[in-house]
Design a binder for this molecule. Structure first.
Ligand code: NAG
Ligand code: NAG
Ligand code: NAG
Ligand code: NAG
Length: 271
């Protein structure tokens, strides 16, 4: 067993005095509350920092740490939204669009070099919103959010429980943003296709497939990187992964909207 077997007994040092450190036994309450995930995260951070031995350009001083949205001060959240809006206004850098891929690092870098963003690059811990994505500081429509839910439409179908929105984002940042490109299921996915930004917040999906408990147990039950990937994706080729359903990855996506691919599978035209 690889990575997690090695790090977890370390994470538990001082916590578990059960003698045989064979399996990792976080109390269920700590798994559900997020305490276990915090400890695992802290151990991973310590390990990463310990690996910065001075032999590369990356040092403890200049390494950038990504942070969960709600840990950023309001001013930094607004500065982030402003930088994203600025980046959206930049000219297309792809002369011929042939399935561009914007990698996270590139996106982060462009926010800094083209749009002057100096804060931490945020991420969303969606498990924190399993009690109600509508109340999330990311999507509550306030000026320090990433904009509101979409207008309420019936987005349910026989295959998929719809969320509480589904229409165009109604207020807050990105309210009138025009999505220009895609979707990748369109007849010509590279064509100019202006439309509103839609969102369909879905607490049911978040609570069932992307909770803190789900994320933590996905880590704890994955003895190697292959099964970790499978569990994370709910990859049905691995029998052990099947119970995770949409899984932590898909659960995150579908907590803010379902894709047209799912609609198509279910025989619906569009949302
Ligand atoms: C883009 O497409 C045009 C027309 O097909 C072609 O002439 C040009 O060389 C292409 N540019 C690049 C960078 O591939
Ligand atoms: C929403 O749409 C689905 C699929 O067309 C339909 O079965 C369902 O009855 C609709 N629900 C409401 C509340 O209109
Ligand atoms: C968004 O568009 C609507 C409809 O055109 C308009 O009433 C509203 O003022 C716009 N909001 C912002 C923040 O631009
Ligand atoms: C995911 O977590 C929820 C509660 O947060 C739980 O009800 C559900 O059973 C978990 N899913 C799996 C596959 O363990």
């Amino acid at each position: 067993m690889g990575f997690f077997k090695k790090l977890l007994p370390f994470a538990l040092a001082g916590v578990s005095l059960q003698g045989l450190a064979v399996s990792v036994d976080f109390p269920q309450a700590d798994i559900d509350s997020g305490k276990a995930l915090k400890e695992i995260g802290q151990t991973a951070l310590n390990n990463a920092l310990a690996r910065l031995d001075g032999s590369s350009k990356c040092t403890k001083e200049n390494v950038r740490r990504r942070k969960e949205w709600r840990t950023l001060p309001g001013e930094e959240r607004k500065a982030y939204v402003k930088a994203v809006e600025c980046l959206m206004e930049q000219p297309n850098v792809y002369e011929n669009v042939t399935g561009p891929k914007i990698y996270v690092w590139t996106f982060e870098e462009k926010l800094r070099t083209l749009c002057g963003y100096t804060g931490a690059f945020p991420y969303w811990e969606w498990g924190l919103d399993a009690g109600g994505v509508e109340k999330s500081p990311l999507f509550d429509g306030s000026e320090t959010s990433l904009g509101s839910n979409g207008a309420k439409v019936n987005s349910s179908n026989n295959f998929f429980p719809g969320g509480s929105g589904g229409g165009c984002v109604t207020h807050g940042p990105f309210v009138n943003y025009t999505v220009n490109f895609g979707p990748n299921t369109a007849k010509d996915p590279l064509a100019y296709n202006p439309r509103c930004l839609k969102r369909d917040l879905n607490t049911q999906i978040c609570a069932q497939w992307a909770s803190i408990k789900n994320t933590t147990e996905t880590i704890l039950e994955s003895p190697d990187i292959a099964l970790f990937q499978a569990n994370l994706q709910g990859d049905f080729r691995w029998p052990e992964a099947r119970k995770w359903g949409f899984a932590v990855h898909g659960g995150g996506h579908f907590s803010i909207g379902k894709s047209r691919v799912l609609d198509r599978r279910a025989g619906c035209a569009d949302i």
